[in-house]
Design a protein around this ligand. Structure first.
Ligand code: SF4
Length: 441
């Protein structure tokens, strides 16, 4: 099935999102771009097709609305009274792009949220039809978290559920019989090539990961399953990469993809941002993944503000102590109040301090969320609701399966936070809408 070539040609694809809603909050397929960088460094030829690379109404910081095409809802979601769309480039554009390509030796498709798999399958169907004899590998988050589902239902040759881009590189090398040039025991998180953002014809922003994994173990989060351990890059290497994107590519917005950017700030975040300022690098920074409340002391708050962090998101979850402890004990109310005080003293306004509160946790009552919203407001920050999404391989998934009326075990579409998978009499969809409306006032 696989044949040998001197410089194998690999097509890398980021599929569409299929959902009730989606937004380009600095979403780039960083893992796939890392793989592209590694493949190129090892003599492969690569092409990237990012189906999400079509934003309309891009905002000041590079984020923006994605182009969408309304599509038929999957059967399991028929009863949900909302429109369902395919987000990203229209199908005709994809077909046109494919028609310009020479036949690849191998196609690597990534995947995101588990409930976006219809977009992944549709893409696979199209490329399968287009390049009939080319093997396809499917990797990414859905493939890793729902491995059996992907193996059973996706029409690919290999479902990859390993961790790390180096494993993918090794697999591609084995499949194409191409020896690797840079793959050796000295390869580490500090000497990998930069993600291949240059493959985009237009770059509104870049994303960076300064670490892998997270030392915390929040019971609803897949990070500990997806990345084993917690490793950080050398601060100086991080600064060099940021300088590379800002000076060579004119990028003025960078989103940090870290799960634990602020942990032990004196060893990592503080030296990085001090160097950024010393070198006179001007850029808007964003933390869509939320940052750790506990670590925001006066120095960190000041550095966040002065170095250009525009979108600050705090992962608070709840003001109810028992919930905080059950979820993993990331921060308590006093730590939260102190963090907000420090951020405000540094210069942030109430509107700029977005605080994620979780809604629809298994067994959670609407009143608890209401109380948390009031607490965040009183503290002087902006509450933002995040609907709980049950994720396989997380400790909370077992409880979610018991409490949910949806078949979470067998149908990833039901992991979709928009349907409030763990709704019950104590927290209905109507409760959720009321709370969400209340946030607008
Ligand atoms: S929610 Fe955040 S802090 Fe908790 S385990 Fe996940 S990444 Fe780490």
């Amino acid at each position: 099935m696989f044949h040998v070539k001197h410089n194998p040609y690999i097509l890398l694809v980021n599929p569409w999102i299929t959902d009730f809603a989606a937004y380009d909050l600095w979403i780039k397929p960083l893992g796939l771009l890392n793989i592209a960088g590694l493949l190129r460094e090892n003599g492969f030829r690569v092409t990237l097709i990012d189906c999400l690379d079509l934003s309309i109404k891009t905002k000041t910081y590079g984020d923006g609305k994605l182009f969408k095409t309304k599509i038929e809802k999957p059967f399991s979601l028929k009863s949900i009274p909302r429109n369902y769309s395919q987000y990203g480039i229209p199908e005709e554009i994809l077909l046109k792009r494919l028609s310009f390509l020479e036949e690849p030796d191998l196609i690597c498709v990534t995947s995101g949220m588990t409930f976006w798999y219809p977009g992944v399958f549709k893409l696979i169907e199209i490329i399968r039809e287009f390049f009939k004899n080319v093997p396809i590998i499917l990797g990414g988050i859905y493939a890793t978290l729902c491995y059996e589902h992907a193996k059973k239902h996706s029409d690919v040759d290999i479902v990859f559920n390993g961790r790390g881009e180096l494993e993918v590189l090794k697999l591609v090398s084995d499949l194409t019989n191409k020896e690797l040039i840079t793959y050796n025991s000295k390869l580490s998180i500090d000497n990998l090539p930069y993600p291949a953002f240059d493959l985009y014809s237009q770059l509104n922003y870049a994303c960076i990961a300064t670490s892998q994994g997270c030392p915390f173990r929040c019971i609803y989060c897949a990070s500990p399953f997806l990345s084993k351990g917690f490793v950080r890059r050398d601060p100086l290497k991080v600064v060099e990469e940021i300088e590379h994107w800002t000076t060579r590519y004119g990028v003025s917005n960078i989103a940090f993809y870290d799960d634990a950017l602020l942990v032990e700030p004196s060893k990592h975040f503080v030296p990085i941002m001090k160097k950024i300022m010393e070198r006179g690098i001007h850029c808007n920074f964003h933390t869509p993944n939320a940052i750790h409340i506990k670590e925001i002391d006066e120095e960190v708050a000041e550095l966040l503000f002065r170095s250009g962090f525009k979108t600050v998101r705090l992962g608070f979850e709840s003001s109810i102590e028992t919930t905080q402890i059950e979820m993993g004990g990331k921060a308590n109310n006093q730590e939260f109040q102190r963090a907000v005080k420090n951020l405000k003293r540094a210069g942030y306004s109430k509107e700029e301090i977005g605080v994620y509160i979780m809604a629809g946790l298994p067994g959670q009552r609407a009143g608890e969320v209401e109380e948390s919203i009031a607490f965040v407001r009183e503290t002087g920050a902006r509450p933002m609701l995040v609907e709980y999404s049950p994720i396989p391989h997380t400790p909370l998934f077992e409880k979610a399966k018991k409490m949910s009326s949806f078949d979470l075990e067998n149908e990833p579409l039901f992991h979709n936070n928009s349907i409030l998978p763990c709704q019950w009499d104590g927290f209905t969809l109507a409760d959720y809408r009321r709370l969400k409306e209340g946030l607008k006032r």
